[in-house]
Ligand binder design. Structure first.
Ligand SMILES: CC(C)(COP(=O)(O)OP(=O)(O)OC[C@H]1O[C@@H](n2cnc3c(N)ncnc32)[C@H](O)[C@@H]1OP(=O)(O)O)[C@@H](O)C(=O)NCCC(=O)NCCS
Length: 173
């Protein structure tokens, strides 16, 4: 609990809640970068309720939700075994998959606390090193990750519909 903000692990029943916050935060952060059809295709694949249900059933993946005092979901994060295209990837490498805070709640240390929660969970489950993929133009998130010990490691292309984004891969040993 942080003031009126609570971080909790998501459960199977949270698929629709995650679909809503996942779609809303991606759209408000990156929606302007893509043609509507590409954005819609991405959201349908990545943030449909059944995609979240599959993730929530995966015993190797953890998902967290942040709720405001009135129960509104304002942020989420997920982590698990690293799936990034890293050459010679370590067998126990972990990854922060997603870290998103609603724009209305930026700058209130919610992202930092969620990131700390995810890192502690990954380390506690033996994942080492840790990786995160971040859009090359997302300088704010890159500052946050750098502050938490992530350093540049490589890059790859992240597909959003028919578009390919340049993504940096950061690593924390
Ligand atoms: C990145 C993000 C999770 C940070 O969460 P937050 O709760 O706003 O961050 P905190 O209050 O804990 O810390 C602020 C730090 O976040 C980073 N930051 C990233 N985007 C920011 C933004 N738009 N405004 C302010 N800070 C931002 C900065 O490092 C900032 O610290 P600094 O100003 O001293 O450099 C949040 O801004 C967000 O959800 N952004 C949109 C989605 C996103 O980019 N997710 C990461 C995908 S890899």
């Amino acid at each position: 609990m942080t003031g009126s903000i609570a971080i909790r692990r998501a459960t199977i029943g949270d698929a629709f809640r995650l679909s809503d916050i996942g779609g809303a935060t991606f759209t408000e952060t990156f929606g302007h970068l893509y043609p509507p059809a590409d954005l819609a295709a991405f959201l349908q694949g990545a943030h449909a309720p059944d995609a979240w249900t599959r993730r929530l059933h995966d015993p190797h993946v953890a998902v967290w939700l942040v709720e405001d005092a009135d129960g509104t979901t304002v942020a989420y994060a997920s982590a698990g075994p690293c799936k990034l295209p890293v050459a010679d990837l370590e067998s126990n490498a972990g990854e922060l998959f997603q870290l998103y805070v609603r724009g209305t709640h930026h700058g209130r240390q919610i992202g930092s606390r969620l990131l700390g929660t995810a890192i502690a969970w990954l380390e506690g489950h033996g994942f080492d090193p840790l990786y995160v993929g971040v859009w090359s133009g997302n300088h704010g998130a890159q500052r946050l990750y750098a502050r938490c010990g992530f350093t540049p490691h490589g890059e790859y292309e992240f597909p959003v519909g028919g578009q390919r984004d340049r993504e940096f891969i950061l690593r924390r040993a």
